[in-house]
Design a protein around this ligand. Structure first.
Ligand code: ZN
Length: 315
């Protein structure tokens, strides 16, 4: 074995062991210097980025107001300078009232795709009642809140993916039909709203360097390919795996991220078959990247710093 190979192996080993997973006691929550929380909201997404004392940028709200409220309560969040709604499916927006409950929410930002109309009407009514201004995320937008900053990578109204929706395999058809039959909907594959999800390339300043995160909503392969073509450097320390770990992923997109930890936000026993075992394997990659899942791990918090990145789990 040459010195070069040994050096490479040491780098690979360091990359793998650089993230420890700790089952934290609930008396010490959230862990100090927390960066990102993936809330345990069942089948859906709700994420929080620590932006200051008692303050977080919230991305999506999950389907259940009580679960969203509980997650932010245990994190100690009273102020939300920005609530980003990646798209208008129920599993991302129906928890909005739980985020608003007892908190100061300054602004709500959404995708430019007003679909499904029911979700748009709900969000519009909640924002109006609470007197919260709304805005639309745009590619190229750069925002900053305390140590958290990001670029919006998607949706790009000038570069809508032209590929047809992915067909559902036989094993998914039952779930797909159920999703379409349900007025709450929102889980089917090949969905326009999924592919219009707001995608954020986030940088969090920590004491020994930046931590990068890629937050992907429910984008599917057409959007994943378009984002990768426009942004070849998608490398991130933390990946929120698209669409609850659905089977439909562009392997090149996931490989380009090369994360130190992947997070799948998903509900146990969901009718969509999320997450797909293939996607869980893909997210783990050849380096054995930890893949944390809200259905098994509960609330997931990434904390620490660039050189000492850790994950804590709370059921
Ligand atoms: Zn979803």
């Amino acid at each position: 074995m040459t010195a070069g190979v040994v050096a490479l192996l040491l780098v690979l080993i360091a990359a793998v062991v650089a993230l420890y997973v700790i089952r934290s006691r609930t008396t010490n929550w959230p862990p100090p210097n927390w960066i990102l929380a993936a809330c345990d909201v069942g089948q859906g997404d709700a994420l929080a980025l620590a932006a200051g004392p008692a303050e977080a940028v919230v991305i999506d709200t999950g389907p259940d107001p009580a679960k969203a409220d509980h997650c932010l309560t245990v994190l100690g969040i009273h102020k939300v300078p920005l609530l980003v709604l990646t798209h208008f499916h129920a599993d991302h927006v129906d928890g909005v009232p739980g985020v608003l409950k007892g908190r100061t929410v300054t602004e709500i930002e959404t995708t430019n795709d007003p679909d499904p109309p029911r979700g748009v009407a709900e969000v519009t009514a909640w924002a109006r009642t609470a007197g919260i201004p709304t805005s639309v995320a745009a590619v190229g937008e750069h925002r900053r809140f305390g140590p958290v900053s990001w670029d919006v990578l998607w949706p790009d109204p000038d570069a809508s993916p032209s590929a047809p929706p992915e067909p559902a395999p036989k094993s998914h058809r039952r779930g797909r039909r159920q999703a379409r039959a349900s007025p709450r909907g929102g889980g089917e594959e090949g969905s326009g709203p999924n592919n219009s999800s707001v995608v954020l390339q986030v940088t969090v300043a920590t004491r020994d360097g930046p931590v990068r995160l890629l937050l992907t909503g429910d984008i599917e392969p057409p959007s994943q390919a378009a984002i990768l073509a426009a942004h070849p450097d998608l490398a991130a320390d933390v990946l929120k795996v698209p669409h609850h770990g659905s089977k439909y992923q562009d392997p090149d997109f996931l490989r380009a991220v090369r994360p130190r930890v992947s997070i799948i936000s998903v509900g146990a026993g969901n009718v969509y078959g999320h997450p797909s075992p293939d996607t869980v394997r893909l997210a783990g990659g050849s380096a054995g990247t930890p893949v944390l899942r809200t259905d098994r791990d509960g609330q997931i918090v990434i904390y620490g710093s660039a050189r000492n990145l850790r994950a804590a789990l709370r059921r």
